[in-house]
Design a protein around this ligand. Structure first.
Ligand code: MG
Length: 404
């Protein structure tokens, strides 16, 4: 029996710190790794791992994954916050990694074996206008991506007006741009009209609103995009306003994807059981790890909802590997968000999944299939590795904040 001997939290990557937890057992050479990355709260997560959670787990039987998850979940009395879920997720991934290594099997084999030969991913295309965006989409389609996300400009793109040309109070706070719902409602459907004219209806396209719209604008956008037959519309509502999905469902057939900000089951359970969304978009490390995500995927299967685990620029290769193993063995899988890493970043994670031609392939080594090369990982660090980092602060013409 392997017992937990030590839990370490390793920092890596120059910009947007990654945190990797390493669970070391008393068996020679047997350890597991997990993702506890949170670029916004890296120092908080590190302290929670090293000072709060690790001391409680030293000496425990590493095979009791479910018991460790359940008992850690209730050990803080309050539960399901973004920080605790991240810590739980990292420990959980590392324990599954250890179990896979002990069994000599990749995790997707332990989960019941593959349902598919590789994992189809969606790419992130962007452009400042329809012509440049169409070119970017075309590039990803030629690379082999089955689905492409289409964004106008940067975060919140399509909804910004220059502050100078916006009706602003005479005591306006300094800001260069103003987010405007009506501008977004004009520009984004026009963008998809143009994309469909240029690319036809063959390509599977998505769009991510990043929760910027007022609820009634969100309903209007979903309806106006219906003629352009999106693969899905992502995060059209903020987590505080999910009850408005009922209105969207009544008004149009645009498929809905939601969930990268969710941490608590109360946030996503009604959306799944009432069939109000089509794709659940939680980040594996923010949902609490592999153990709860297997349950979410099973729940989705019974209600006809599909998984689209979140990735994105601040995620690390360990979280990607955890998502990939779930994707391979999950019948309710829909699509996987892609993530790109530099050669130096990948070198720090030998055995990492390989992204080629729009699909993810596992290394087929036991467990998660990848490890951390501590020397290479340390070489990625720079002095500013802990941030601070903050989410985008977009504002309307009167200066009020737009919730991301
Ligand atoms: Mg998103």
């Amino acid at each position: 029996m392997a017992r937990i001997k030590q839990i370490r939290c390793l920092r890596t990557r120059a910009s947007g710190t990654w945190l990797i937890v390493k669970v070391i057992t008393d068996q020679p050479g047997l350890h597991g790794i997990g993702s506890v990355s949170d670029v916004y709260h890296a120092p908080t997560v590190m302290a929670a791992v090293e000072q709060v959670v690790a001391p409680r787990l030293i000496g425990r039987d590493a095979s009791r994954i479910e018991d460790i998850w359940q008992s850690t979940y209730t050990s803080a009395y309050w539960r399901n916050g973004a920080i605790l879920n991240t810590v739980l997720a990292g420990i959980d991934m590392a324990l599954w990694d250890i179990k896979g290594k002990e069994a000599g099997l990749p995790l997707y084999q332990l989960f019941g074996g593959p349902c598919r030969s590789a994992v189809p991913c969606y790419a992130h295309a962007s452009g400042d206008d329809a012509a440049s965006l169409a070119e970017d989409v075309q590039r990803y389609l030629e690379e082999g991506y089955p689905v492409v996300r289409c964004q106008l400009g940067a975060y919140g793109g399509g909804g910004f007006l220059p502050a100078a040309s916006s009706p602003r109070p005479r005591n306006a706070w300094p800001q260069a741009e103003c987010f405007d719902d009506e501008a977004y409602l004009e520009r984004v459907p026009a963008l998809f009209e143009s994309l469909r004219q240029r690319l036809g209806f063959g390509p599977k396209l998505t769009h991510d609103v990043h929760e910027h719209l007022r609820p009634s604008s969100a309903v209007a956008l979903a309806k106006r995009l219906e003629p352009y037959r999106l693969f899905f519309l992502e995060d059209v509502l903020p987590p505080e306003q999910v009850a408005w999905y009922r209105q969207i469902r009544e008004q149009c057939t645009t498929p809905q994807a939601m969930g990268e900000l969710f941490v608590n089951p109360h946030e996503y359970l009604p959306l799944i059981t009432e069939r109000l969304i089509d794709y659940v978009r939680l980040r594996v490390s923010k949902a609490g790890g592999i153990t709860p995500c297997r349950k979410i995927a099973a729940l989705c299967e019974f209600f006809g909802v599909q998984t689209a685990w979140q990735e994105g620029g601040d995620n690390d290769p360990v979280n990607q590997a955890a998502a990939m193993h779930l994707d391979l063995a999950t019948p309710s899988f829909g699509i996987q968000e892609e993530n790109h890493f530099t050669a130096a970043e990948l070198a720090a994670f030998p055995g990492h999944p390989v992204l080629a031609g729009g699909h993810l392939y596992p290394s087929d080594l036991p467990g998660l299939g990848l490890d951390i090369d501590e020397e290479q990982a340390a070489a990625l660090l720079q002095a500013d590795q802990l941030g601070p980092y903050y989410a985008a602060e977009d504002r309307r013409a009167d200066g009020s904040i737009v919730r991301p």
